[in-house]
Design a protein. Structure first.
Ligand SMILES: *Cc1c(COP(=O)(O)O)cnc(C)c1O
Length: 460
């Protein structure tokens, strides 16, 4: 059909040819993505439509297993948790649960989602700054690990424990300056100011709460493993202080998530291969610091604490791709080429801060030139890529964005377009829909139209 379509006249423009080099070194010319997890992109788009998210079960499991292995060799008591907010599609969560990851949730909704998937309360870490009373009651009854974010929550949880007539084991979330990453001081209790120790004392004095853990989550896309080494050292020192000053015995340290994924942050010009540490590097930094930080405590007869990690993006990001189709070509007044795609920042929220790897399915004939990739939204900020070298693309041609597994299927928005389907390429090569494309019924299900407004025209 496309071959018979008449090409529109486009005013010729002069384009400087790159010699395969730009100011940052070699360009990645002529790279294509013909297949995702060995399934041809063209087949996927034909069967399931465009745009389309595609997950790889095999890649997800490999990533999960590699991270586990990296720590298993270095720390004897490990618990890995899957950060739901990074991607809470049921198929993703259950793949990771099958790999031995418990659930890490940051809201009442996520808690329900985990329980709905069949995750028992004892295998849920409950974080986040908003845990309503009913959610705390449920989490306490079901034995979840509750990590207290603030004093009001602490008081509320005491009331809840009183009401349930039980003693609730808890951890407190801490924030502090590692010297290597910007402190996220809005979450948890600040260590330097003394707030954290006050909170620990307050919990230790409580007849209804029992301090068993310390939690921190120092940031996201943290590319310097030394930040984690510093955080581990700080947690160990704080554990010693708390144990010396209260009767608490700390059973676990939770170091949160934040490991970088193989993605290119905007403004960082080195390729991810050069700046993103391997899981083993994070593991070494953390476990060496924990070894050093717990040695004296062990000599006093205390067992090593369990280490909990709450990994998100590093496990899922490169296990998902987005296929987007070209819907229009245009020439911008400044001479650059504009391409309108059927997927925009409505589905690829992370286009705001990443330069995703974007590749055509096959390399088209013609000269590559500077191109702006736009999404389909009537919104000026809907830019999938400000500048990329691409040859002319035909209507219907597909581009593949990668890695897109982290934070897109949770932060996408339903704005003037339906959210696309998500499929998973299973280990046996089969392809399963794991989230249907939305339709009008999905979008209007919650709406109620008052009787007087039942008809669009005519007298009320
Ligand atoms: C978001 C979050 C994570 C996961 O972070 P990543 O950067 O995706 O690894 C872990 N723990 C907490 C408390 C979080 O809020």
């Amino acid at each position: 059909m496309q071959a018979t379509m008449k090409k529109p006249w486009i005013t010729p423009t002069l384009v400087a040819h790159g010699g395969g080099l730009n100011k940052f070194g070699a360009t990645r010319h002529h790279q294509v993505t013909e297949r995702i997890a060995e399934v041809p992109v063209a087949d996927l788009a034909r069967r399931f439509g465009s745009p389309l998210f595609v997950l790889s079960e095999a890649r997800l499991r490999e990533n999960a297993a590699r991270l586990k292995a990296a720590f298993a060799h270095r720390w004897p008591k490990m618990v890995h948790a899957w950060s739901y907010k990074t991607n809470y599609l049921g198929a993703v969560c259950n793949t990771l649960h099958q790999e031995g990851y418990i659930a890490e949730v940051v809201s009442a909704f996520e808690y329900e989602k985990a329980r709905g998937l069949g995750v028992p309360g004892e295998r849920i870490v409950f974080n986040g700054p908003h845990k309503p009373r009913v959610a705390l009651e449920r989490a306490a009854r079901e034995g979840a690990r509750i990590h207290i974010d603030n004093l009001d929550e602490l008081y509320l949880l005491e009331e809840v424990a009183e009401g349930l007539d039980m003693t609730v084991p808890v951890a407190i979330r801490l924030n502090f300056d590692t010297g290597f990453s910007d402190p996220w001081s809005r979450f948890g209790f600040n260590l330097e100011s003394g707030q954290a120790l006050d909170a620990a004392r307050r919990v230790a004095d409580s007849p209804r709460l029992k301090l068993t853990g310390l939690h921190t989550h120092i940031g996201t896309f943290v590319t310097d493993p030394r930040a984690y080494a510093a955080a581990a050292g700080i947690l160990c020192a704080f554990m010693d202080t708390v144990e010396a000053e209260t009767r608490a015995v700390i059973e676990y340290l939770d170091m949160g998530g934040g490991f970088a994924s193989n993605n290119a942050l905007q403004g960082v010009y080195l390729p991810p291969e050069q700046i993103v540490p391997a899981p083993e590097q994070y593991a070494e930094a953390i476990c060496d610091a924990l070894m050093a930080g717990t040695r004296a405590r062990e000599a006093r007869g205390r067992a090593k604490p369990t280490l909990i990690l709450e990994t998100g993006r590093a496990v899922v990001d490169d296990a998902e791709w987005l296929i987007a189709g070209v819907v229009a070509n245009k020439r911008l007044p400044d001479g650059r080429r504009g391409v309108v795609l059927d997927a925009g920042v409505n589905v690829l929220f992370t286009a705001y801060w990443y330069h995703h790897d974007v590749r055509p399915v096959r390399w088209p004939d013609g000269i590559a030139e500077e191109t702006v990739l736009y999404g389909p939204l009537c919104m000026n900020i809907d830019i999938m890529r400000q500048s990329i070298q691409l040859p002319p693309l035909a209507l219907g041609d597909k581009l593949v964005f990668h890695p897109v597994g982290a934070y897109n299927n949770t932060q996408w928005m339903q704005f003037i377009e339906y959210r696309p389907a998500v499929v998973m390429v299973m280990r046996d090569g089969g392809v399963e829909v794991v989230r249907e494309r939305e339709d009008l019924a999905c979008v209007t299900r919650q709406e109620r139209i008052p009787a007087r407004l039942a008809q669009p025209f005519g007298k009320p």
